[in-house]
Design a protein around this ligand. Sequence first.
Ligand code: HEC
Ligand code: HEC
Length: 431
Amino acid sequence: MRADDARGLELLLSKPYLPADFDQEVFEALWTVWEEPLRTVAEQATVEERRRMAMERYGFVPHPRDPSRSLQYVVDSEGRWVMSCLACHQGQVRGVPIPGVANASYALETLTEEVRLVKVNQRKAFSHMDVGSLMLPLGTTNGTTNAVMFGVALMRHRDPDLTIVNRPPRFDLVHHDMDAPAWWHYRRRKSLYADGFAPKGHRMLMQFLLVKENGPERFHEWEDDFRAIEAWIESLEPPRWTGDVDRAAAVKGEAVFVDHCASCHGTYGPAGVYPDRIVAIDDVGTDRLRFDALTAKERGDLNDSWFGHFGADAEGMRDRESPIGYAAPPLDGVWASAPYFHNGSVPTLWHVLHPSERPVVWRRSATGYDDIRVGLEVEELAELPAGRLLPSVRRAHFDTRRPGKAATGHDFVDALTEAEKAVVLEYLKTL
Ligand code: HEC
Ligand code: HEC
């Protein structure tokens, strides 16, 4: 790691860029609003055990310098917790944090609801997140968030140079949840996001800071920090699979992959080439809500704002503002980035390869990993559990029948025989 890259990581771990969400006292009391029997278990547990339970419930990753607190939040000078980029962009695989892997367990909406209840009990003021979540869904399934629409909603109150203007809120936004992409793809990609409309650049990465507390001068002041943060993201390497691989099968799998997959996903190894292809929405056939949710004007307005150097960054890629579909992502380290597709609807690579076997409803275990099917360890269900479900329990289930959550499409794999699928799965482990 070069010095500047290390500085980027350090900023993500230690510098607050947003107003605080809650304090330590609120965090320590979250268990008091949990459902039974969990509440009684927590009540009888030690403080350390209770913190561990909270970390697991909300999908927090232990902070490298203090495992009793979450790396998702920076603690500010007054001891309050401030959300960071790593909230969504740092998760774990088999219970081990891997730099750049998205947080596939983050329970942002449940956390925010429970923080609000504790604040009422402790007579504390609501934060921007507590209020924002009353107007906008944060994420209807654990591990996915409505992050794209937070950006659109907040951009409404800015001029292109980021001056704050008060406009009435919009009620026509198409809310939908997404699984954040792995950050180690950043170096491979030429443009950003599921539909590839935005140019790369350190300013683009700053959209998440658009809360009204941050005026334009803050963005100018922090630009240099985000050069370092971008350098760190750009330096990330895909993680290597450490389990068993049948080498002979993987070699056969590579040949099948070159024939059936490489035209979209590229080739791998030292001479690998990534084509950065956008595939028409009807051809890829995965859930189209993310595609429909943004208009060409919204895409163009972002590129024409300060974030895109007033249009200069998007020079030569304007056609991408009316994209035809989704980008075929690079597949380096794909074994680690479950669940799959932009909406995180498919739990394992085996399920990607077997469209008709994809579960209707699935629920992952806390940190379990499926070495055979390569991806999340899940319980597969035909239905949600019967009866009235608590919102926190419902969000632990991924229901592919809900808007924006379909696990359909990518039927290209149907051209493969069962034996070919088996060898391709072996090959995918080695990327
Ligand atoms: C609330 C969750 C959340 C937070 C917080 C968040 N992101 Fe993201 N990020 C996402 C999602 C979801 C996407 C996918 C958006 C899309 O493809 O349309 C994304 C996409 C990205 C990408 C593009 C990757 C690619 O390959 O297209 C980068 C880079 C990125 N985020 C950086 C950041 C940085 C830097 C921060 C902090 C300033 C941040 N994000 C904060 C959820 C989040
Ligand atoms: C015509 C282009 C095309 C072909 C051919 C194709 N794919 Fe894809 N693939 C895509 C697109 C586009 C996506 C993104 C879909 C989405 O996120 O909704 C994708 C997504 C994936 C993903 C999920 C990646 C992630 O991180 O979520 C995997 C795994 C994958 N493809 C494997 C394969 C394999 C294996 C083959 C060959 C058998 C293949 N693909 C053939 C276009 C293609």
